[in-house]
Design a protein around this ligand. Structure first.
Ligand SMILES: Cc1cc2nc3c(=O)[nH]c(=O)nc-3n(C[C@H](O)[C@H](O)[C@H](O)COP(=O)(O)OP(=O)(O)OC[C@H]3O[C@@H](n4cnc5c(N)ncnc54)[C@H](O)[C@@H]3O)c2cc1C
Length: 445
Protein backbone atom coordinates (compact mmCIF):
# COMPACT_ATOMS: atom_id res chain seq x y z
CA UNK A 1 0.00 0.00 0.00
CA UNK A 2 1.45 3.41 -0.89
CA UNK A 3 2.60 5.33 2.16
CA UNK A 4 4.19 8.23 0.35
CA UNK A 5 1.92 9.84 -2.22
CA UNK A 6 3.06 12.69 -4.48
CA UNK A 7 0.49 14.96 -6.10
CA UNK A 8 1.63 17.20 -8.95
CA UNK A 9 -0.37 20.45 -9.02
CA UNK A 10 -2.27 22.37 -6.35
CA UNK A 11 -5.31 23.04 -8.51
CA UNK A 12 -8.80 21.76 -7.84
CA UNK A 13 -8.02 18.10 -8.62
CA UNK A 14 -4.73 18.13 -6.69
CA UNK A 15 -6.02 19.77 -3.52
CA UNK A 16 -9.22 17.70 -3.55
CA UNK A 17 -7.15 14.52 -3.98
CA UNK A 18 -4.93 15.44 -1.04
CA UNK A 19 -7.95 15.96 1.23
CA UNK A 20 -9.82 12.92 0.02
CA UNK A 21 -6.80 10.59 0.22
CA UNK A 22 -6.08 11.74 3.74
CA UNK A 23 -9.72 11.26 4.75
CA UNK A 24 -9.96 7.79 3.19
CA UNK A 25 -6.56 6.35 4.11
CA UNK A 26 -6.18 7.66 7.68
CA UNK A 27 -5.75 5.61 9.84
CA UNK A 28 -5.86 2.63 7.46
CA UNK A 29 -2.36 3.33 6.15
CA UNK A 30 0.17 3.94 8.88
CA UNK A 31 2.87 6.52 8.19
CA UNK A 32 0.81 8.07 5.38
CA UNK A 33 2.52 11.11 3.84
CA UNK A 34 0.90 13.15 1.07
CA UNK A 35 2.93 15.90 -0.59
CA UNK A 36 1.50 18.32 -3.14
CA UNK A 37 4.09 19.82 -5.52
CA UNK A 38 2.96 23.12 -7.07
CA UNK A 39 4.99 25.01 -9.67
CA UNK A 40 3.81 28.49 -8.59
CA UNK A 41 5.53 30.23 -5.72
CA UNK A 42 2.13 30.82 -4.14
CA UNK A 43 -1.51 30.15 -4.95
CA UNK A 44 -2.41 32.00 -8.11
CA UNK A 45 -5.00 34.78 -8.03
CA UNK A 46 -5.50 34.42 -11.80
CA UNK A 47 -8.51 32.76 -13.40
CA UNK A 48 -11.29 35.12 -12.37
CA UNK A 49 -14.39 33.57 -10.90
CA UNK A 50 -15.60 30.07 -11.48
CA UNK A 51 -19.11 28.70 -11.65
CA UNK A 52 -19.77 25.64 -9.47
CA UNK A 53 -22.66 23.28 -10.08
CA UNK A 54 -24.82 22.10 -7.18
CA UNK A 55 -23.05 18.73 -7.47
CA UNK A 56 -19.65 20.38 -7.11
CA UNK A 57 -20.95 22.12 -4.00
CA UNK A 58 -22.07 18.81 -2.57
CA UNK A 59 -18.62 17.29 -3.17
CA UNK A 60 -16.95 20.30 -1.56
CA UNK A 61 -19.25 19.84 1.40
CA UNK A 62 -18.23 16.18 1.69
CA UNK A 63 -14.58 17.21 1.63
CA UNK A 64 -15.09 19.76 4.40
CA UNK A 65 -14.23 22.63 2.05
CA UNK A 66 -17.65 24.27 1.87
CA UNK A 67 -17.66 25.10 5.57
CA UNK A 68 -14.24 26.76 5.15
CA UNK A 69 -15.52 28.70 2.17
CA UNK A 70 -18.62 29.81 4.02
CA UNK A 71 -16.44 31.26 6.76
CA UNK A 72 -14.77 33.61 4.28
CA UNK A 73 -17.43 36.33 4.36
CA UNK A 74 -17.57 38.35 1.15
CA UNK A 75 -14.87 36.13 -0.38
CA UNK A 76 -17.15 33.08 -0.13
CA UNK A 77 -18.79 33.85 -3.46
CA UNK A 78 -22.46 34.02 -4.14
CA UNK A 79 -25.08 31.37 -4.72
CA UNK A 80 -26.70 31.36 -8.13
CA UNK A 81 -30.01 29.77 -9.01
CA UNK A 82 -30.92 31.62 -12.18
CA UNK A 83 -29.12 33.32 -15.02
CA UNK A 84 -30.77 36.15 -16.90
CA UNK A 85 -30.37 36.03 -20.66
CA UNK A 86 -30.27 39.24 -22.69
CA UNK A 87 -29.76 39.99 -26.36
CA UNK A 88 -26.44 41.80 -26.47
CA UNK A 89 -27.34 44.42 -29.03
CA UNK A 90 -30.96 45.21 -28.29
CA UNK A 91 -30.72 44.63 -24.56
CA UNK A 92 -33.95 42.66 -24.76
CA UNK A 93 -34.58 40.31 -21.83
CA UNK A 94 -34.82 36.80 -23.23
CA UNK A 95 -35.74 35.13 -20.00
CA UNK A 96 -34.29 33.55 -16.91
CA UNK A 97 -32.42 30.29 -17.01
CA UNK A 98 -32.60 28.03 -14.01
CA UNK A 99 -29.34 26.54 -12.75
CA UNK A 100 -30.60 23.08 -12.08
CA UNK A 101 -29.06 20.36 -10.00
CA UNK A 102 -29.11 17.96 -12.92
CA UNK A 103 -30.89 14.70 -12.46
CA UNK A 104 -28.45 13.52 -9.82
CA UNK A 105 -29.89 12.76 -6.46
CA UNK A 106 -28.58 14.26 -3.26
CA UNK A 107 -28.12 17.84 -4.41
CA UNK A 108 -31.45 19.26 -3.36
CA UNK A 109 -29.89 21.39 -0.66
CA UNK A 110 -27.31 22.93 -2.97
CA UNK A 111 -27.47 25.73 -5.50
CA UNK A 112 -24.87 26.82 -8.00
CA UNK A 113 -22.18 29.23 -6.84
CA UNK A 114 -19.99 31.86 -8.44
CA UNK A 115 -16.75 32.15 -6.53
CA UNK A 116 -13.31 33.55 -7.23
CA UNK A 117 -10.85 30.76 -8.04
CA UNK A 118 -8.44 32.05 -5.43
CA UNK A 119 -11.14 31.89 -2.73
CA UNK A 120 -11.91 28.27 -3.57
CA UNK A 121 -8.19 27.45 -3.50
CA UNK A 122 -7.77 29.17 -0.12
CA UNK A 123 -10.73 27.25 1.31
CA UNK A 124 -9.20 23.98 0.10
CA UNK A 125 -5.84 24.89 1.61
CA UNK A 126 -7.58 25.77 4.88
CA UNK A 127 -9.12 22.28 4.90
CA UNK A 128 -5.67 20.78 4.24
CA UNK A 129 -4.19 22.67 7.18
CA UNK A 130 -6.34 20.49 9.46
CA UNK A 131 -4.71 17.35 8.03
CA UNK A 132 -1.33 16.56 9.63
CA UNK A 133 -0.25 14.10 6.93
CA UNK A 134 -0.61 16.53 4.00
CA UNK A 135 1.86 19.24 3.00
CA UNK A 136 2.09 21.58 0.01
CA UNK A 137 5.44 22.55 -1.49
CA UNK A 138 5.38 25.64 -3.71
CA UNK A 139 7.91 26.59 -6.40
CA UNK A 140 8.20 22.94 -7.49
CA UNK A 141 7.75 22.77 -11.23
CA UNK A 142 7.76 19.20 -12.49
CA UNK A 143 10.08 18.69 -15.46
CA UNK A 144 10.08 14.91 -15.78
CA UNK A 145 10.15 11.62 -13.97
CA UNK A 146 10.08 7.90 -14.16
CA UNK A 147 7.98 5.07 -12.81
CA UNK A 148 8.95 1.48 -12.08
CA UNK A 149 7.20 -1.41 -10.35
CA UNK A 150 8.63 -0.21 -7.06
CA UNK A 151 8.03 3.50 -7.12
CA UNK A 152 8.08 6.88 -8.82
CA UNK A 153 10.85 9.45 -9.21
CA UNK A 154 9.98 13.04 -10.02
CA UNK A 155 12.34 15.81 -11.10
CA UNK A 156 11.79 19.54 -10.70
CA UNK A 157 13.19 22.61 -12.43
CA UNK A 158 15.05 23.70 -9.30
CA UNK A 159 17.30 20.67 -9.76
CA UNK A 160 15.75 18.62 -6.96
CA UNK A 161 14.01 15.29 -7.21
CA UNK A 162 11.54 13.36 -5.08
CA UNK A 163 10.44 9.77 -4.78
CA UNK A 164 7.04 8.34 -3.92
CA UNK A 165 5.12 5.07 -3.89
CA UNK A 166 2.36 6.61 -5.98
CA UNK A 167 2.03 9.87 -7.94
CA UNK A 168 -1.06 11.68 -9.16
CA UNK A 169 -0.70 14.01 -12.14
CA UNK A 170 -3.15 16.81 -11.32
CA UNK A 171 -1.22 19.42 -13.29
CA UNK A 172 -3.96 20.67 -15.57
CA UNK A 173 -4.64 20.70 -19.28
CA UNK A 174 -0.98 21.11 -20.35
CA UNK A 175 0.12 18.47 -17.80
CA UNK A 176 3.82 17.60 -18.07
CA UNK A 177 3.01 14.45 -16.12
CA UNK A 178 0.92 13.41 -19.12
CA UNK A 179 3.06 14.77 -21.97
CA UNK A 180 6.41 13.69 -20.54
CA UNK A 181 5.76 10.53 -18.55
CA UNK A 182 2.35 8.88 -18.90
CA UNK A 183 1.57 9.55 -22.56
CA UNK A 184 4.57 11.30 -24.13
CA UNK A 185 3.66 13.77 -26.86
CA UNK A 186 -0.06 13.87 -26.08
CA UNK A 187 -0.33 17.66 -26.16
CA UNK A 188 -3.55 19.56 -25.53
CA UNK A 189 -5.33 21.21 -28.44
CA UNK A 190 -6.61 24.79 -28.63
CA UNK A 191 -10.38 25.01 -29.17
CA UNK A 192 -10.28 28.32 -31.06
CA UNK A 193 -12.25 30.05 -28.30
CA UNK A 194 -10.94 32.12 -25.40
CA UNK A 195 -12.40 33.94 -22.46
CA UNK A 196 -11.30 37.53 -21.97
CA UNK A 197 -12.17 38.22 -18.38
CA UNK A 198 -11.80 40.60 -15.49
CA UNK A 199 -13.01 41.13 -11.95
CA UNK A 200 -13.93 44.72 -11.37
CA UNK A 201 -15.47 46.86 -8.68
CA UNK A 202 -19.22 47.01 -9.06
CA UNK A 203 -19.51 50.02 -6.81
CA UNK A 204 -18.92 52.67 -9.45
CA UNK A 205 -20.39 50.78 -12.34
CA UNK A 206 -24.02 50.04 -11.82
CA UNK A 207 -24.90 46.54 -12.84
CA UNK A 208 -25.83 46.47 -16.50
CA UNK A 209 -29.03 44.57 -16.13
CA UNK A 210 -31.86 43.92 -13.79
CA UNK A 211 -30.37 40.53 -13.05
CA UNK A 212 -30.16 39.39 -9.45
CA UNK A 213 -26.75 37.77 -9.78
CA UNK A 214 -25.69 36.63 -13.22
CA UNK A 215 -26.50 37.88 -16.72
CA UNK A 216 -25.50 36.57 -20.07
CA UNK A 217 -25.55 39.01 -22.97
CA UNK A 218 -25.82 36.98 -26.12
CA UNK A 219 -24.45 38.38 -29.36
CA UNK A 220 -23.99 37.02 -32.84
CA UNK A 221 -20.20 36.83 -32.63
CA UNK A 222 -19.70 36.14 -28.98
CA UNK A 223 -21.25 36.71 -25.60
CA UNK A 224 -20.56 38.67 -22.47
CA UNK A 225 -21.20 37.28 -19.04
CA UNK A 226 -21.53 39.52 -16.01
CA UNK A 227 -21.84 38.02 -12.58
CA UNK A 228 -21.50 39.29 -9.08
CA UNK A 229 -19.08 37.16 -7.15
CA UNK A 230 -19.73 38.31 -3.62
CA UNK A 231 -22.87 38.59 -1.52
CA UNK A 232 -22.41 42.35 -1.07
CA UNK A 233 -22.38 42.84 -4.83
CA UNK A 234 -19.21 44.85 -4.76
CA UNK A 235 -17.26 42.68 -7.17
CA UNK A 236 -18.36 41.92 -10.68
CA UNK A 237 -16.91 39.17 -12.86
CA UNK A 238 -17.01 40.05 -16.56
CA UNK A 239 -16.10 37.54 -19.25
CA UNK A 240 -16.36 37.84 -23.01
CA UNK A 241 -16.37 34.54 -24.88
CA UNK A 242 -14.63 35.14 -28.20
CA UNK A 243 -12.89 33.44 -31.08
CA UNK A 244 -9.25 34.32 -30.57
CA UNK A 245 -6.42 33.38 -32.85
CA UNK A 246 -3.40 31.53 -31.53
CA UNK A 247 -1.04 34.33 -32.50
CA UNK A 248 -2.69 36.60 -29.96
CA UNK A 249 -2.36 33.88 -27.34
CA UNK A 250 1.39 33.64 -28.03
CA UNK A 251 1.71 37.42 -27.81
CA UNK A 252 -0.30 37.45 -24.60
CA UNK A 253 2.01 34.98 -22.84
CA UNK A 254 5.08 36.79 -24.19
CA UNK A 255 3.72 40.05 -22.78
CA UNK A 256 3.18 38.43 -19.38
CA UNK A 257 6.92 37.70 -19.31
CA UNK A 258 7.69 41.28 -20.31
CA UNK A 259 7.87 44.53 -18.33
CA UNK A 260 4.95 46.48 -16.87
CA UNK A 261 4.53 48.51 -20.08
CA UNK A 262 4.20 45.36 -22.21
CA UNK A 263 1.70 43.88 -19.77
CA UNK A 264 -0.33 47.07 -19.66
CA UNK A 265 -0.44 47.36 -23.38
CA UNK A 266 -1.66 43.76 -23.67
CA UNK A 267 -4.40 44.37 -21.11
CA UNK A 268 -5.50 47.44 -23.11
CA UNK A 269 -5.62 45.32 -26.27
CA UNK A 270 -7.81 42.78 -24.51
CA UNK A 271 -10.11 45.53 -23.29
CA UNK A 272 -10.32 46.80 -26.84
CA UNK A 273 -11.45 43.33 -27.97
CA UNK A 274 -14.22 43.26 -25.39
CA UNK A 275 -15.21 46.85 -26.15
CA UNK A 276 -15.65 45.90 -29.77
CA UNK A 277 -18.01 43.26 -28.57
CA UNK A 278 -20.02 45.52 -26.29
CA UNK A 279 -19.99 48.68 -28.45
CA UNK A 280 -23.15 47.88 -30.33
CA UNK A 281 -25.06 47.10 -27.21
CA UNK A 282 -28.00 49.28 -26.38
CA UNK A 283 -27.36 48.54 -22.72
CA UNK A 284 -25.30 51.59 -21.75
CA UNK A 285 -24.35 50.20 -18.37
CA UNK A 286 -22.78 47.16 -20.06
CA UNK A 287 -20.48 49.42 -22.07
CA UNK A 288 -19.77 51.45 -18.96
CA UNK A 289 -18.88 48.36 -17.03
CA UNK A 290 -16.53 47.08 -19.74
CA UNK A 291 -14.81 50.47 -19.77
CA UNK A 292 -14.59 50.38 -16.01
CA UNK A 293 -12.75 47.06 -15.92
CA UNK A 294 -9.03 47.45 -16.54
CA UNK A 295 -7.33 44.26 -15.53
CA UNK A 296 -8.24 41.89 -18.37
CA UNK A 297 -6.87 38.34 -18.62
CA UNK A 298 -6.93 35.97 -21.56
CA UNK A 299 -7.98 32.38 -20.81
CA UNK A 300 -7.80 30.15 -23.88
CA UNK A 301 -9.86 26.98 -23.86
CA UNK A 302 -7.83 23.82 -24.58
CA UNK A 303 -8.90 20.21 -24.60
CA UNK A 304 -7.21 16.84 -24.24
CA UNK A 305 -7.82 14.07 -26.75
CA UNK A 306 -10.04 11.41 -25.17
CA UNK A 307 -9.37 7.69 -25.30
CA UNK A 308 -5.71 8.05 -24.34
CA UNK A 309 -3.95 6.36 -21.37
CA UNK A 310 -4.61 7.83 -17.93
CA UNK A 311 -1.95 5.88 -16.09
CA UNK A 312 1.45 4.35 -16.39
CA UNK A 313 3.33 2.35 -13.79
CA UNK A 314 2.52 3.99 -10.49
CA UNK A 315 1.29 7.32 -11.88
CA UNK A 316 -2.36 8.24 -12.46
CA UNK A 317 -3.68 11.40 -14.18
CA UNK A 318 -6.74 13.15 -12.69
CA UNK A 319 -8.81 16.20 -13.63
CA UNK A 320 -7.95 18.30 -16.68
CA UNK A 321 -4.60 16.51 -17.03
CA UNK A 322 -6.55 13.41 -18.05
CA UNK A 323 -9.64 14.80 -19.75
CA UNK A 324 -9.94 18.57 -20.29
CA UNK A 325 -12.98 19.08 -22.50
CA UNK A 326 -14.94 21.98 -24.00
CA UNK A 327 -16.36 23.83 -21.00
CA UNK A 328 -19.84 23.14 -19.70
CA UNK A 329 -19.11 24.29 -16.17
CA UNK A 330 -18.97 20.69 -15.10
CA UNK A 331 -15.22 20.23 -15.39
CA UNK A 332 -14.65 21.20 -11.77
CA UNK A 333 -17.27 18.66 -10.79
CA UNK A 334 -15.40 16.03 -12.84
CA UNK A 335 -12.10 16.96 -11.17
CA UNK A 336 -13.65 16.68 -7.68
CA UNK A 337 -15.27 13.37 -8.57
CA UNK A 338 -11.98 11.99 -9.90
CA UNK A 339 -10.32 12.85 -6.59
CA UNK A 340 -13.05 11.33 -4.44
CA UNK A 341 -13.60 8.19 -6.49
CA UNK A 342 -9.87 7.52 -6.86
CA UNK A 343 -9.28 7.87 -3.11
CA UNK A 344 -12.17 5.56 -2.27
CA UNK A 345 -10.97 3.01 -4.82
CA UNK A 346 -7.50 3.06 -3.30
CA UNK A 347 -8.98 2.70 0.16
CA UNK A 348 -11.10 -0.32 -0.86
CA UNK A 349 -7.99 -1.96 -2.25
CA UNK A 350 -5.69 -1.56 0.72
CA UNK A 351 -3.22 -4.43 0.61
CA UNK A 352 -3.77 -5.03 -3.13
CA UNK A 353 -1.36 -4.03 -5.93
CA UNK A 354 -1.81 -0.43 -7.10
CA UNK A 355 -2.63 -1.73 -10.57
CA UNK A 356 -5.92 -3.10 -9.18
CA UNK A 357 -6.96 0.33 -7.97
CA UNK A 358 -6.00 1.90 -11.30
CA UNK A 359 -8.03 -0.65 -13.19
CA UNK A 360 -11.05 -0.29 -10.94
CA UNK A 361 -10.90 3.51 -11.14
CA UNK A 362 -10.75 3.38 -14.91
CA UNK A 363 -13.74 0.99 -15.04
CA UNK A 364 -15.67 3.43 -12.90
CA UNK A 365 -14.73 6.61 -14.77
CA UNK A 366 -13.75 5.99 -18.38
CA UNK A 367 -17.20 5.53 -19.94
CA UNK A 368 -18.67 8.40 -17.93
CA UNK A 369 -15.91 10.80 -18.94
CA UNK A 370 -15.96 9.71 -22.58
CA UNK A 371 -19.69 10.31 -22.61
CA UNK A 372 -19.27 13.74 -21.01
CA UNK A 373 -16.65 14.63 -23.62
CA UNK A 374 -18.85 13.45 -26.49
CA UNK A 375 -21.82 15.42 -25.25
CA UNK A 376 -19.78 18.51 -24.72
CA UNK A 377 -18.00 18.17 -28.04
CA UNK A 378 -21.23 17.59 -29.95
CA UNK A 379 -22.93 20.53 -28.35
CA UNK A 380 -20.12 22.78 -29.47
CA UNK A 381 -20.02 21.26 -32.91
CA UNK A 382 -23.74 21.52 -33.40
CA UNK A 383 -23.41 25.21 -32.97
CA UNK A 384 -22.19 25.29 -36.54
CA UNK A 385 -25.40 23.74 -37.71
CA UNK A 386 -27.96 26.48 -37.76
CA UNK A 387 -30.82 24.14 -38.50
CA UNK A 388 -30.11 22.23 -35.33
CA UNK A 389 -29.95 25.50 -33.42
CA UNK A 390 -33.69 25.77 -33.70
CA UNK A 391 -33.99 23.01 -31.17
CA UNK A 392 -31.38 24.45 -28.92
CA UNK A 393 -33.52 27.31 -27.78
CA UNK A 394 -35.83 24.86 -26.08
CA UNK A 395 -33.05 23.19 -24.19
CA UNK A 396 -32.27 25.73 -21.53
CA UNK A 397 -35.86 25.88 -20.55
CA UNK A 398 -36.44 22.14 -20.27
CA UNK A 399 -33.47 20.04 -19.22
CA UNK A 400 -33.36 16.75 -21.04
CA UNK A 401 -30.73 14.10 -21.24
CA UNK A 402 -29.14 13.79 -24.63
CA UNK A 403 -27.49 10.49 -25.54
CA UNK A 404 -23.96 10.84 -26.80
CA UNK A 405 -23.62 10.18 -30.49
CA UNK A 406 -21.41 7.19 -31.10
CA UNK A 407 -20.05 8.55 -34.35
CA UNK A 408 -17.85 11.32 -33.02
CA UNK A 409 -14.35 11.06 -34.37
CA UNK A 410 -12.43 12.18 -31.33
CA UNK A 411 -9.09 12.02 -33.09
CA UNK A 412 -10.14 14.83 -35.32
CA UNK A 413 -10.98 17.76 -33.12
CA UNK A 414 -11.50 20.77 -35.37
CA UNK A 415 -11.46 24.27 -33.96
CA UNK A 416 -14.76 25.02 -32.29
CA UNK A 417 -16.95 28.00 -32.83
CA UNK A 418 -18.39 29.31 -29.58
CA UNK A 419 -19.37 27.58 -26.35
CA UNK A 420 -22.55 25.61 -26.34
CA UNK A 421 -25.05 24.79 -23.67
CA UNK A 422 -25.02 21.93 -21.30
CA UNK A 423 -28.22 19.98 -21.16
CA UNK A 424 -28.47 18.63 -17.66
CA UNK A 425 -27.36 21.50 -15.51
CA UNK A 426 -27.07 24.73 -17.33
CA UNK A 427 -24.16 26.99 -17.26
CA UNK A 428 -23.95 30.66 -17.90
CA UNK A 429 -20.78 30.16 -19.89
CA UNK A 430 -22.04 27.35 -21.97
CA UNK A 431 -25.57 28.32 -22.85
CA UNK A 432 -24.50 31.44 -24.61
CA UNK A 433 -24.20 30.30 -28.17
CA UNK A 434 -27.16 28.05 -27.98
CA UNK A 435 -29.49 30.95 -28.11
CA UNK A 436 -27.00 33.12 -29.90
CA UNK A 437 -26.98 31.17 -33.15
CA UNK A 438 -30.71 30.67 -33.11
CA UNK A 439 -31.54 34.25 -32.34
CA UNK A 440 -28.93 35.57 -34.73
CA UNK A 441 -30.04 33.41 -37.60
CA UNK A 442 -33.63 34.48 -37.10
CA UNK A 443 -32.85 38.16 -36.88
CA UNK A 444 -33.97 38.43 -33.29
CA UNK A 445 -30.72 39.84 -31.96
C1 LIG B 1 -11.73 30.01 -19.45
C2 LIG B 1 -12.19 28.86 -18.63
C3 LIG B 1 -13.29 28.99 -17.80
C4 LIG B 1 -13.73 27.91 -17.04
N1 LIG B 1 -14.80 28.07 -16.24
C5 LIG B 1 -15.24 27.02 -15.54
C6 LIG B 1 -16.37 27.17 -14.68
O1 LIG B 1 -16.94 28.26 -14.57
N2 LIG B 1 -16.78 26.06 -13.98
C7 LIG B 1 -16.13 24.85 -14.09
O2 LIG B 1 -16.54 23.88 -13.45
N3 LIG B 1 -15.05 24.71 -14.87
C8 LIG B 1 -14.59 25.76 -15.58
N4 LIG B 1 -13.49 25.60 -16.34
C9 LIG B 1 -12.74 24.31 -16.29
C10 LIG B 1 -11.95 24.23 -14.95
O3 LIG B 1 -11.19 25.41 -14.80
C11 LIG B 1 -11.01 23.05 -14.95
O4 LIG B 1 -11.70 21.89 -15.31
C12 LIG B 1 -10.42 22.82 -13.55
O5 LIG B 1 -9.66 23.93 -13.17
C13 LIG B 1 -9.53 21.58 -13.58
O6 LIG B 1 -8.82 21.45 -12.37
P1 LIG B 1 -7.39 20.75 -12.36
O7 LIG B 1 -6.97 20.74 -10.94
O8 LIG B 1 -7.45 19.49 -13.11
O9 LIG B 1 -6.44 21.70 -13.19
P2 LIG B 1 -5.96 23.17 -12.83
O10 LIG B 1 -7.02 23.89 -12.07
O11 LIG B 1 -5.49 23.75 -14.11
O12 LIG B 1 -4.72 22.97 -11.84
C14 LIG B 1 -3.48 22.48 -12.29
C15 LIG B 1 -2.43 22.88 -11.27
O13 LIG B 1 -1.19 22.26 -11.64
C16 LIG B 1 -0.15 23.20 -11.55
N5 LIG B 1 0.92 22.81 -12.47
C17 LIG B 1 0.92 22.88 -13.82
N6 LIG B 1 2.09 22.45 -14.32
C18 LIG B 1 2.84 22.09 -13.27
C19 LIG B 1 4.15 21.57 -13.13
N7 LIG B 1 4.94 21.39 -14.20
N8 LIG B 1 4.62 21.28 -11.90
C20 LIG B 1 3.85 21.48 -10.79
N9 LIG B 1 2.60 22.01 -10.86
C21 LIG B 1 2.10 22.29 -12.08
C22 LIG B 1 -0.81 24.51 -11.93
O14 LIG B 1 -0.06 25.64 -11.49
C23 LIG B 1 -2.15 24.38 -11.22
O15 LIG B 1 -2.08 24.81 -9.90
C24 LIG B 1 -13.04 26.66 -17.11
C25 LIG B 1 -11.93 26.53 -17.94
C26 LIG B 1 -11.50 27.61 -18.69
C27 LIG B 1 -10.29 27.44 -19.57
Amino acid sequence: MPRKIAIIGAGIAGLASAISLSNELTPKVSGLEIIVYERSKELSTAGGAISLTPIAQRHLDDLGVLSKLNQMGPEAGVEVDTIDLFALNSGRHLGPLRVTASKDAGCDNFKGRRVKRISLALAMVAAIEDLPNVSILYGKKLTGGDTTDDGVTLTFDDGTSASADLALGCDGVHSPTRTRIVDPGNESKYSGVSFVQSITSAVDASHPTRSETTSLHIGRHGSILTSFCDPNREKLFVAAVLKVNELLIERYYAALEGDAAAQNSMKMSLRYLVRNQSNNSRVPTLRKMVDHAEDWDLCPVYQVRPGRPWHRGRIMLLGDAAHAMPPRDESTTHALEDAIIFSRTLSHNVGQPIANSFQEFECERRAFIDNAFDESFHLWQRNQDLAASLNYLKDPMSPVSRPASPDVNVDRIPPLSVPMPMNDSFSDLSVCSLTQEYLGSHGII
